[in-house]
Design a protein around this ligand. Structure first.
Ligand code: SAH
Length: 396
């Protein structure tokens, strides 16, 4: 008999709306002795069955629901069904963008809480992030092998969030052979490079794919500064689209080396490309103080807030770089600015960008509102799945 988790009065509301998380303070009592990650039955205070999920005794997110269907058991077939749905839901974007790199599984938004899987060519890169996902890892891997028998499976669960679940970070080969890294994958007709062993997260930021294509609309014959460039994604698109000059700026020398290689691989005009290893906060100030001006600036910083306590500091950081960037933009030029901090919602981000324009003494007009690529869906019941926000701002 599975253990039971009984919720406090009125704490069933979010589950009835199929939100997959139960916070520790919503739990009235636990019947039985569930182990870390084991499957529990969730009931309302009144005794109504609500869902079947994974128990995580060390996390504030005490239960993550696997299924809202009482008939559905959490077995190999469950993972096979979910994975098949994930693949089916990506076919359109794979085809439209000619992708060999895409997000196959986007965690809660795909009904697979705590699991992220990106595919690059014949390699599946998995992140197993919650106690429940960890407890089911063998079924998940078996289901992946059945659905994709030819593919290599590589794990990149070397992330801090695992600690919140009482797990240690881990990484390494699970199945098959890993081709030499970095490797080339295709996106919108460009060859991009990914290093799934040493790269950030699963190796590449494919959530920005559509936004790179959008950025390309603004860059012909323009001087472009690509801040927080990583391996140069936006810069590569900009060069192809006929930018007069592209500067990629990042603190990571290995990432910039890949940016250079990517431009070579795509036979782009290297004389127009400059890769600058620098702290963007300082670099932007230098440009401003030297009165350097750009037609287009891209700001795609890392996540500034991991928790609510960091949000105020994060707001300051976003406002600062957006303000200085606007001061470096020619009148009528374009700022493409992003936030991947899930805790910062779109209205707050827009307000920060508005404040930055005020402080920069510039008039801004939002001309496009942007989001994450279609292979990073947002579960309707799981608004937290919306994390990447962007604005295209014309700066006068
Ligand atoms: N725009 C990229 C993804 C950016 S991820 C793409 O489309 O692929 C964020 C990047 O910011 C990382 O490459 C990280 O090395 C870099 N970074 C973090 N802090 C930085 C800082 N202070 N100055 C410059 N780069 C920084």
């Amino acid at each position: 008999m599975s253990a039971k988790v009984i919720l406090k009065k009125a704490r069933d509301k979010s589950l009835l709306r199929r939100h997959p998380w139960i916070f520790s303070n919503g739990v009235e009592r636990v019947e039985g002795n569930p182990e870390q990650g084991s499957t529990v039955e969730v009931y309302s205070k009144e005794g109504k069955w609500l869902g079947r999920g994974a128990y995580s005794p060390q996390s504030q997110i005490r239960v993550r629901i696997w299924t809202f269907d009482q008939q559905e058991t959490i077995d190999l077939a469950f993972f096979q069904r979910r994975l098949a749905r994930c693949q089916a839901g990506r076919e359109h974007v794979i085809e439209q963008c000619g992708l060999t790199g895409y997000r196959l599984v986007a965690g809660e938004s795909d009904g697979l809480p705590g699991i992220t899987i990106d595919r690059f060519n014949n390699v599946l890169v998995c992140q197993i992030l919650s106690a429940g996902a960890e407890a089911q890892r063998h079924l998940l891997i078996e289901a992946l092998q059945l659905q994709f028998p030819q593919l290599t499976i590589y794990e990149r669960s070397d992330v801090e969030v695992r600690k919140k679940e009482g797990l240690t970070p881990t990484a390494g080969l699970i199945h098959g052979e890993l081709p030499p890294q970095p490797m080339t994958f295709m996106e919108n007709g460009l060859k991009l490079l990914v290093d799934v062993e040493k790269g950030h997260k699963t190796g590449a930021y494919i959530d920005q794919r559509d936004n790179r294509a959008i950025a390309a609309k603004y860059v012909k014959d323009k001087r472009v500064l690509n801040c927080f460039s990583y391996t140069g994604g936006f810069g590569t698109y900009a060069l192809r689209a006929g930018a007069a000059e592209v500067i990629n700026a990042d603190v990571s020398a290995p990432a910039l080396a890949l940016a250079q290689k990517t431009a070579e691989l795509n036979q782009l005009d290297l004389s127009k490309l400059n890769n600058v290893e620098a702290d963007v906060f300082k670099l932007l100030r230098q440009y401003r103080d030297n009165k350097e001006q750009f037609d287009v600036i891209i700001l795609d910083p890392p996540k500034f807030a991991d928790n609510k306590a960091q949000l105020v500091g994060a707001c300051r950081g976003y406002k600062d770089i957006n303000m200085v960037a606007m001061q470096c933009i020619k009148p009528g030029g374009i700022l493409l600015t992003y936030s991947c901090s899930g805790l910062m919602d779109a209205p707050l981000f827009q307000k920060i960008v508005a404040d930055a324009a005020l402080d920069a003494g510039r008039d801004g007009q939002i001309v496009e509102k942007l989001t994450q690529a279609a292979d990073h869906p947002i579960g309707c019941a799981y608004p937290e799945g919306f994390y990447l926000k962007g604005l295209v701002v014309r700066v006068w």
